[in-house]
Design a protein around this ligand. Structure first.
Ligand code: CTP
Ligand code: MG
Length: 181
């Protein structure tokens, strides 16, 4: 596979994992997942992890994967390279996994005594990547192995933090997010 094809595959396959965070920012609010409970003197997750945000993020990522599936033949033709399709289980796993990775990171951040919204560089940018990849590998091992080859995973790990920082800066600039990270 050419490097261009590797990059296209990485971005295409990860789109359903990128969108959930942004959808959660737009839809977030309401009841926190931890119900306001604390553990060891700190919130379990904090007010930044809500049921509504998590559900909206998972739904948005899943719907996007199914939309990409419909677009794949035309996009493959236009780019002159094959693009991965998304079985439903992979679509849900990528989206839900991204949200769960983000929730897990908040759990870790609270244990590290970081307030809601405090940045933890690295964790903030890669939590949802690890969550999405682990969930997809567990839910659809064959599809995962075919799609996420080592070069594709390498591109995902390098490109994702850059994209994440860029989109968060835009969301902050638009007043959608409280912090630029
Ligand atoms: N959000 C949500 N539910 C989620 C994830 C995000 O409602 N599962 C919404 C919240 O309004 C949150 C915003 O999206 O404040 C930004 O998400 P994120 O940066 O992940 O949360 P933070 O507020 O920074 O909190 P934390 O320190 O726990 O990451
Ligand atoms: Mg944050």
């Amino acid at each position: 596979m050419s490097w261009l094809a590797v990059i296209a595959t990485a971005l295409w396959a990860m789109l359903p994992a990128y969108v959930p965070n942004n959808a959660a920012v737009l839809a977030g609010g309401g009841r926190p997942i931890d119900g306001g409970r604390s553990w060891g003197g700190r919130r379990v997750l904090g007010d930044g992890k809500t049921w509504r945000g998590t559900a909206a993020g998972t739904g948005a990522g899943t719907v996007l994967a199914l939309a990409l599936d419909a677009l794949a033949p035309a996009a493959s033709d236009a780019l002159g390279m094959p693009l991965p399709g998304f079985p439903l289980s992979a679509a849900v796993a990528l989206a839900l996994g991204a949200m769960l990775g983000d929730v897990a990171a908040s759990f870790i951040k609270r244990r590290l005594d970081r307030d809601r919204g405090a940045p933890v560089p690295g964790l903030d940018q890669l939590d949802f990547v690890v969550g999405a990849l682990v969930a997809a590998a567990l839910a659809t091992p064959g599809w995962f192995a075919d799609t996420f080859t080592f070069p594709v995973i390498a591109v995902v790990i390098v490109a994702t933090p850059l994209l994440h920082v860029g989109t968060n800066a835009i969301a902050y600039g638009l007043g959608l997010k409280d912090e630029p990270y």
